[in-house]
Design a protein around this ligand. Structure first.
Ligand code: DOR
Length: 446
């Protein structure tokens, strides 16, 4: 494997910002320092004026393989992720068939080893009747156990009380939950259907998938985790009210952590008028006050991790009416640029952005030797141009579904180069399709 020298980079890492060179050999960061030219690398990248950050580790994506590959697949979406500076992803089990057994998990790993352009891991899904598979899962076989405590895309609701109790008591690995109370949502849906028939306006989505539905379900998850001393990670928080369930401060030692997603930090309910079903997702994008509270909670450490919940659907599918249009939007390519907008606006520090998209994700899940710019760690990196304003247009979109919710929006930051396991995987708009990701390795994370 060839060596690579990155010179004069503006490094943001572990709460510090400093200028440095990086020497990369055999896929790993061999040295961080000044004047490393004497190392004689095969290739030199002059990074003067560019930020160098650890590649984002996305703890929540839906890449649709197997079974839903008309929407997306591992190859297409991992390419888009790499173009957006995301070097590792953890993929959700609501494929077809759902990933409810160790065999199906291994099949996903085998497929990703062939075609994924980014590093990968997968969640084992929970159902009302696979507790034996959950009890049998071991560190390294997956990143965690995903529990839909609210129904969403796919038929994976776990609503049997005894099963939920057993999962929280016995899961050998981190439990990641989707929290929305389904009975509350069904009652709200019935009410809106009565009022509007099939023509429910998109603006009703956050009232149907309501704050109360989120709070009831998140509270229940936290209560179960406390009772069983389980390691709980609540995914995609969307409301200010849920935030008090979580503690501020560093992720180290926390038994209960929380994630927020890039679209819930960027869009708010006012955007339904322009974007309609394109930004329909579960949980719903809510009020501006909720978005602002989420952003503040990121800086406070009440939100531990920022992920995407990349969930592509085709434009044809999205063209349906409120009830028919599926929930979810494609995000990986634009996730970092959209987060840099908060830095640009002064609402998020660069150091916190890096912490929440890489360091704390690695620590939350116990990912080995990634997520930091450290000597000996894998060289998963992104070089970012901070002041290169551009408008996201559809022709630049790499997702199989061919559209982005950010079309027409202006970004200031642009990912120029992505380095994966020491190899240049993306540079100035071009992907190196030869580069493949690796399977993520883990420490115990229960
Ligand atoms: O909006 C969403 N879309 N939320 C989910 O929980 C699932 C996802 C999907 O798979 O489409």
């Amino acid at each position: 494997m060839s060596s690579l020298l990155i010179t004069n980079a503006d490094v943001v890492n572990e709460g510090c910002r400093f200028e440095a060179d990086l020497f990369i050999e055999d896929g790993r960061i061999a040295a961080i320092g000044n004047d490393l030219q004497s190392r004689g690398a095969d290739r030199v990248i002059d990074a003067a004026g560019r930020l160098l950050i650890p590649g984002m580790i996305d703890d929540q994506v839906h890449f649709r393989e197997p079974g839903l590959t008309h929407k997306a697949d591992f190859a297409s979406e991992s390419r888009a992720a790499i173009a957006g500076g995301i070097t590792s992803f953890m993929e959700m089990p609501n494929s077809q068939p759902p990933t409810l057994s160790l065999e199906l998990l291994e099949a996903k790993h085998a497929r990703a080893a062939e075609v994924s352009h980014a590093n990968y891991s997968f969640y084992l899904g929970a159902s009302n009747d696979n507790i034996d598979a959950i009890r049998g899962v071991r560190t390294g076989q997956c990143c965690g156990v995903k529990v839909f405590m609210g129904a969403s895309t796919g038929n994976m609701l776990v609503d049997d009380e005894q099963t939920l109790d057993a999962i929280f008591a016995d899961s050998p690995l981190l439990i990641a939950t989707h929290c929305e109370d389904t009975p509350t949502i069904l009652a709200n849906e019935a009410e809106y259907r009565q009022r509007y028939g099939e023509d429910v306006p998109m603006s009703a989505h956050p009232l149907i998938r309501s704050e109360a539905a989120c709070l009831a379900s998140s509270s229940r998850a936290v209560e179960l985790a406390r009772r069983h001393d389980a390691r709980l990670h609540v995914l995609h928080l969307t409301t200010a009210r849920e935030l008090s369930l979580f503690s501020p401060g560093p992720v180290a030692g926390k038994r209960i952590t929380a994630e927020a997603c890039v679209h819930h930090l960027y869009f708010d309910a006012r955007d339904y008028a322009e974007k309609g079903t394109l930004i329909k997702c579960n949980p719903a994008i809510k009020r501006p006050e909720d978005r602002d509270a989420l952003l503040a909670a990121v800086s406070e450490g009440r939100i531990d991790v920022i992920g995407t919940d990349h969930a592509p659907h085709t434009l044809e599918e999205k063209a349906g009416t409120y009830f028919k249009a599926p929930a979810g939007l494609p995000l990986v390519q634009d996730a970092l640029p959209s987060l840099f907008e908060h830095v640009h606006a002064g609402h998020l520090s660069l150091e916190t952005l890096v912490q929440k998209t890489s360091h704390d994700v690695a620590d939350c899940f116990g990912i080995e030797q990634r997520g930091y710019i450290r000597e000996g760690y894998w060289a998963d990196l992104a070089l970012v141009e901070m002041a290169a304003p551009y408008t996201r247009t559809r022709d630049q979109v790499l997702y199989k579904c061919g559209w982005s919710p950010f079309e027409g929006r202006q970004f200031h930051a642009c990912v120029i180069t992505t380095i994966l396991n020491g190899e240049v995987a993306y540079e100035h708009g071009r992907l190196n399709d030869q580069v493949r990701g690796q399977r993520l390795e883990f420490r115990p994370n229960r």
